[in-house]
Design a binder for this molecule. Sequence first.
Ligand code: WQD
Length: 340
Amino acid sequence: MKILVTGGIGYIGSHTVVELQNKGFEVIIIDNLSNSKIEILDSIEKITKIKPAFEKLDLCKKEKLDEFFKKHKNIDGIIHFAAYKAVGESVENPLKYYQNNLVSLMNILENMKKYKIKNFVFSSSCTVYGQPEKLPVTEKSEIQKANSPYGNTKQISEEIISDFVHSNEELKSIALRYFNPIGAHKSALIGELPIGVPNNLIPFLTQTAIGIRKELKVFGNDYDTTDGSAIRDYIHVVDLAKAHIVALKRMFENKNEKNFEYFNIGTGKGNSVLEVLEAFEEVTKVKVNYKIVERREGDIEKIFADTSFANKVLKWKTKLSLKDALLHSWNWEKNILNLF
Ligand code: WQD
């Protein structure tokens, strides 16, 4: 089976390519390298001993994309990661996000239809739920108005996919709503590689621990939580990557009940920022310099997943712990300087 992975040089994409190759899938990657480094391709090959086919391409360029599909026939499925994903940047530059994330998706979907590629896994996000009224959040929880243009592109993308597959009954799609992906491959050869100052907690934390950043700012300790800091559902990126293989297989085996399905992909457990910090210091024995500051605009207070639907229907659940993820992130941070 041949799988196209868009954004396959990126953080979650590269880990998914490794899991696809481990399961014997042939992989071809499209990536425009706007938020990733080409050296990751060599790292993937070092891990799996197979170098994935790769084309540098901007998915918004319709003609180029059409040439790609003309050249690469017999693609059996697509996993679509390629999108901009920085919440703060999307607030400052909404059109960049709507343009890139939605046009690239529609170009891919058009080619799916034209070249009769029937199976599509979409990288979605728990951000579609906003601040849920009730926790843990299930797939039936209300979709609230997105609190950023980034989150809105995920909501709109799911609607576009749903309408599209309903107008083309032979096509199928599964959206995976990620909670907070963290960690790195145990080889420390691939991991999160933020360009510039990291937005997300774990890369900022490991960069502070290694001395690249002076101190970690903890955004608020006045939330209604046990220690006042905000709660998230942190899922190991390798567990997350494996969920994509399960979703593909569900469609290949025609087990999907509807031609558009979506699943919460998390651990089912919430941890506060200060708990994460404490766990990091415990598992790495490295002290992290941090300061409590005011809340970050746009942050929600707490969210974690009810994963029973994915556990039951996909027969998938997380196997790696928060501490596994933090140790793997730390090993990756220490190895980055040897790789780039
Ligand atoms: C986690 C917690 C922060 C940085 C976003 C998107 C989501 C997905 C993941 C792309 C929050 C706190 C963070 C820091 C801190 N995006 N924090 N100091 O905002 O939950 O989710 O990224 O795939 O769709 O919404 O992730 O890692 O930025 O923040 O205290 O320097 O850590 O306030 O409570 P977030 P995050």
